[in-house]
Design a protein around this ligand. Sequence first.
Ligand code: SAH
Ligand code: SF4
Length: 379
Amino acid sequence: MNARTNLLDLDADGMAGWCAEHGEKAFRATQLLRWIHRSGVADFGAMTTLARSLRERLADTAEVRELPVSSDHTSDDGTRKWLLDVGAGDAVETVFIPEARRGTLCISTQAGCAVNCRFCSTGKQGFSRNLTTGEIIGQLWLANRKLGAVAKGGEEDGERVISNVVLMGMGEPLLNYQPTLSALRLMLDDNAYGLSRRRVTLSTSGVVPMMDRLRDDCPVALAVSLHASNDALRDELVPLNRKYPLRELLAACNRYLDRAPRDFVTFEYVMLDGINDGDGHARELVSLVRDTPCKFNLIPFNGFPGAGLKGSSRDRIRAFGETLLQAGIVTTIRKTRGDDIDAACGQLAGAVRDRTRLAERGTRIVPLVGERRTVGAGA
Ligand code: SAH
Ligand code: SF4
């Protein structure tokens, strides 16, 4: 057991609480946040603006716990993927995607995922555990260091190599609410990463009650993984739909938009050949989202061993997008990045131990490779 406090677990309130508990003045919390997150410093001895007594106390009782990197790959297109060891056989992935005018970091919130979407390799692995705040924000902390984007001396700004963060890696962020919330608050905090709400996007498969909580607690840009134009099909593709069907999900999107930093929701839609990609589906979508200001992001399906699914052709994706565009819905087709290093959406396959199924079935289950289930074809 590691008894030291991991300071990466603490957002501004948490850090203020830690300082109060240790008889330190409130401004020390700000200094600590800046040293850790803006300067990327882990060594308390190097935090020169702190009193020596505080540095000594920190060295005795606290740490900035860096996630061990198991692998670090850069794709031909510049996409960089880190596989991070989160202990006990679990690993998660973080992906940096450089583009002309922005750099996006895609981070994970859980080891595995319990939602078990039909087309997602993370879902196929099952759920192991929630990441802590320190493990979620630790991905941004680490990527900033690896990319050389940290400020010097805790005061100046580092180069903003990472301009955007998307919670689109492994896991369902809204099923790991409190740690995700603290990590989001650090992302927005000027003493930490100072990102604008518009540049932080949380992607959810549609955990309706938690969408309402996020709206109240920390509204950032919202992406919703829709993937289907009716409940029968979505029940099969995104099993969470059985609990929170489309009507409730869209109502939650509209409530979220009252407070959102952007005036639209981004709907993600993985294009699956013969399953959800027909003209009829496109027309059904148009009427489904009639009352919800939105954009569509059509995602080419990224295959993985045992998926048992095929992605739609380029032409089909284009034709599908055309139907949405003609109805006045802004639609983009996601460029696949980092495919050669398996860093594309849904390929993030940092091995996890499926503890749910372990507990449920009382036996160690190997990942569901080769499994094939019938999906409501072209419903
Ligand atoms: N759990 C959240 C966030 C992580 S998944 C969610 O589902 O929204 C991030 C995005 O990757 C989602 O839109 C998801 O549907 C998509 N995705 C999952 N598997 C994929 C695959 N095999 N090919 C393309 N996109 C995939
Ligand atoms: Fe979980 Fe998202 Fe994958 Fe669905 S798509 S299994 S919610 S990570």
